[in-house]
Design a protein. Structure first.
Length: 382
């Protein structure tokens, strides 16, 4: 059985290397010929008989195919330790099969079961605020505690913090790459990628050796949304790539959620645009859970059953659990300190408290790790 699967997979891999073929053309050819092996061996005349394939296109496909050493390239996939899955395999993700142009073959490292369960995508800007970082980390952590797999693109910024939140919570996460599995992009995420390969899955439709070219990322984004029941956007500029992912999600009939931010923040303009267009406004993870259909979750599981897990997640870096230990004046002042840096003068102005009292309370809050001080006498909620 395994040999039979491997035999077919090498032909799927070969077809994936032909520049003139994409997922839609490949599917049409396999539906016509029946087997990927027969597609691989088809003559220009046989290809030109198919609707949508002109004679010049057929000849170009055969010419490109002739430059590929199928056995050598397949051996290269195996030597690099990549696992593969094709349309024909039983464990190909069901949700991904439903999209308009599902990848004929996926290369992966890790546990394929991670993307065969219930998945949610978290995406956002590479450039982000402290607020965005905190929300991405906490939402990913808590959602993973409900048994959901979190899908993202391992890009700098929000994607990375979502993956880290899941990893620190001991959950399952999937990183979808816009390059080959043998390339870590961005390079500084090497340790994150290695951790995901152990406890989650790193996946790509691009064969080993594929560089992270700009045109690859929209294709990557359709897989992120295609694997997921819904996509959550946490900070996105007006032209953020995260909005491409939401466009795919809408085309695929999936839910789109957006986290609001400051009206003054350029990182939230994309989210606010989505909200104006009808995206679900999200203030807490329960807002998401109420919208998606998860038979394994009930309203009762939104609170008492997960308190221990939630407390563990929050204690990984947010300091929010310590708010229960605050004095009344500290709680009052904390209300005026956002997740974005604010000057001492602004805090005094907003709180209308004496400067001496504010200084004392800020010191106490910092010692309790609820806030932190940044250079220039700026303060931000932890």
């Amino acid at each position: 059985m395994l040999q039979h699967k491997t035999f077919k997979a090498r032909y799927y891999h070969g077809l994936n290397l032909i520049p003139s073929l994409g997922p839609i053309k490949t599917r049409r050819l396999i539906q016509h010929f029946g087997l990927p092996e027969q597609v691989w061996k088809a003559t220009p005349d046989e290809l030109a008989e198919i609707e949508g394939f002109s004679r010049p296109m057929a000849e170009r496909i055969v010419q490109e195919r002739s430059k590929i050493d199928l056995e050598r390239t397949w051996e290269d996939v195996l030597k690099r330790g990549c696992s593969v899955i094709t349309w024909e395999d039983a464990d190909y993700p069901l949700l991904l099969q439903e999209i308009y142009d599902p990848p004929p073959i996926l290369y992966f490292s890790g546990d394929i079961k991670v993307i065969n369960g219930y998945c949610l995508a978290i995406v956002g800007s590479r450039r982000h605020s402290i607020y965005g970082k905190e929300i991405a980390y906490k939402f990913a952590s808590k959602l993973s505690n409900y048994g959901l797999s979190i899908v993202s693109g391992m890009a700098r910024g929000i994607d990375t913090w979502a993956h880290k939140g899941v990893l620190d919570a001991g959950g399952k996460t999937a990183a979808v790459l816009g390059c080959g599995l043998d390339i870590c992009y961005p390079p500084e995420n090497r340790s994150v990628m290695e951790k995901i390969q152990v406890s989650g899955i790193v996946i790509s439709e691009f064969p080993p050796g594929s560089q992270p070219l700009p045109q690859n990322f929209p294709r990557r984004n359709r897989i992120i949304s295609g694997l997921s029941q819904g996509t959550i956007v946490i900070e996105a500029g007006e032209k953020s790539g995260a909005l491409i992912t939401t466009d795919f999600a809408l085309e695929q009939g999936r839910e789109v959620f957006a986290v609001p931010g400051s009206i003054a923040s350029p990182y939230s303009k994309g989210c606010h645009k989505l909200l104006k267009e009808g995206a679900k406004l999200v203030e807490k993870v329960e807002d998401i859970l109420e919208e998606i259909s998860l038979p394994s979750l009930t309203k009762d599981s939104f609170s008492p059953a997960s308190k221990d897990d939630t407390k563990r997640v929050l204690s990984n870096g947010s300091g929010l659990e310590k708010q229960q230990q605050l004095e009344p004046d500290e709680i009052t002042l904390l209300e005026f300190i956002p997740y974005e840096p604010l000057t001492l003068e602004d805090i005094v102005c907003l709180s209308k408290m004496p400067l001496s009292l504010v200084n004392t309370l800020l010191l106490e809050l910092e010692m309790k790790r609820v806030i932190k001080q940044l250079p220039g006498k700026y303060f931000v909620r932890n």
